[in-house]
Design a protein around this ligand. Structure first.
Ligand code: PEP
Ligand code: MN
Length: 382
């Protein structure tokens, strides 16, 4: 069956999808957020403001909702579409909305930047062929009980119909585990990327079904190789017409975004939280400095502990390596120069750090010798 991935299958290069200057599948992690369903103009402009503040690039909001019950809120339709599009424009964001059939596709296709095919429609082959004819990117969510192979073959339908711009979205699958709404299948990110060149994003919201897990799952998704995140956030989740319990409060969304840069950096990706640049108050800058200073001290403590262990090791192995200090300083000077930090700083600080390290080794040796002496010659026996 995998041989049928003629267009979706892995080839020499990974695909990137560019929409009005936003690149999905490149080095940058793309954050998308917004409410499950569009409810009002105010709700959407508040959401857009939050997405922008967090460094998000794409505003989401459903206007045609594929609800499990026919009696649940079905979406505001065209009225909601205008709220979504306007709010995105106000904040210079792109926007994405879900389509559920030919009619809804026809209504939204010229107005939004990205089309979403929801989990419940992943194998609606008629609809896949239709979005295969448009000239806009399509986010294809993995079906509730779809294997990765079925998901990739659904993508193949869109590609085969002529649209190369498909973004895969892992959003949790149905398992026996009831403590979460679905089970986020993070290995699917790696598997999909091993089998296909298409970008893969993760929606932790529909996977977890509860807001307390969204932040950690988002970080895990980036660590697992996701190219972006699609997260539900609502200005007032308690009043949300759908998916309130999994929707983040705006402050939580921004807070989550603040933590993404570090994780992205650790896997050689980039994410820049939007808030920093324009909110650099004296107070926030001082807080940042305090945090860095604390971490320098913690690292020094960790270094001293290791130096202590090295001392023990040396005693055991009788190793002496006097040239090592010089080597370390040389390496750090080169690094400092590369990073445009004055190398004088390294040259001044490091001898002190070494000196204190050696002193603590000596102290612990003296203590050890005393202990040994005591064990050979108990007090008063000499
Ligand atoms: C949604 O994004 O609001 C949605 C309905 O998601 P899914 O299709 O993943 O359930
Ligand atoms: Mn939803």
């Amino acid at each position: 069956m995998m041989k049928d991935l003629r267009l979706a299958g892995l080839n020499a290069e990974r695909s990137t999808i560019e929409v009005n200057g936003v690149i999905i599948g490149g080095k940058e992690i793309i954050l998308m957020g917004g409410p499950c369903a569009v409810e009002s103009s105010l709700q959407m402009s508040q959401s857009a403001e939050t997405v922008k503040k967090a460094g998000g690039k794409i505003l989401r909001g459903g206007v045609f909702k594929p609800r499990t019950s026919p009696y649940s809120f079905q979406g505001l339709g065209l009225e909601g579409l205008n709220y979504l599009v306007q709010a995105a424009q106000e904040q210079d964001l792109l926007c994405v909305t879900e389509v559920i059939d030919a009619q809804s596709l026809g209504l939204v296709v010229d107005k939004v930047d990205i089309i979403q095919i929801g989990a419940r429609n992943m194998q609606n082959f008629g609809l896949l062929k239709l979005v295969g004819k448009i000239k806009k990117p399509v986010i294809l969510k993995r079906g509730l009980s779809a294997t990765i192979e079925e998901w990739l073959l659904a993508a193949e339908y869109i590609l085969a119909a002529g649209n190369p711009q498909v973004i895969l979205c892992e959003r949790g699958i149905r398992t026996f585990e009831p403590s979460t709404r679905n089970t986020l299948d993070l290995s699917a990110v790696g598997v999909a990327k091993a089998l296909s060149h298409l970008p893969v994003i993760v929606d932790p919201s529909h996977a977890a079904g509860r807001r307390d897990l969204i932040s950690s799952l988002s970080k895990a998704a980036i660590a697992a190789g996701a190219d972006g995140l699609l997260i539900e956030m609502h200005p007032n989740p308690a009043e949300a017409t759908s998916d309130g319990p999994q929707s983040l409060y705006p402050e939580q969304f921004v807070q989550l975004a603040r933590g993404l840069g570090t994780v992205a950096g650790s896997v050689d990706r980039v994410f820049v939280c939007g808030e920093r640049e324009d909110e650099d108050t004296l107070e926030s800058l001082r807080t940042q400095i305090d945090t860095i200073d604390q971490s320098i001290i913690k690292h020094l403590v960790a270094r001293m502990q290791i130096v202590g262990k090295v001392g023990d090791q040396k005693r055991l192995d009788r190793v002496k390596d006097t040239s090592r200090e010089k080597e370390i300083i040389q390496r750090l000077v080169t690094l400092a120069e590369e990073l445009q930090l004055p190398s004088e700083l390294v040259k001044k600080i490091y001898p002190l750090i070494f000196e204190f390290g050696v002193q603590s080794q000596i102290k612990s040796k003296v203590a050890l010798d005393k202990e040994l002496e005591l064990s050979f010659y108990p007090l008063g026996s000499k």
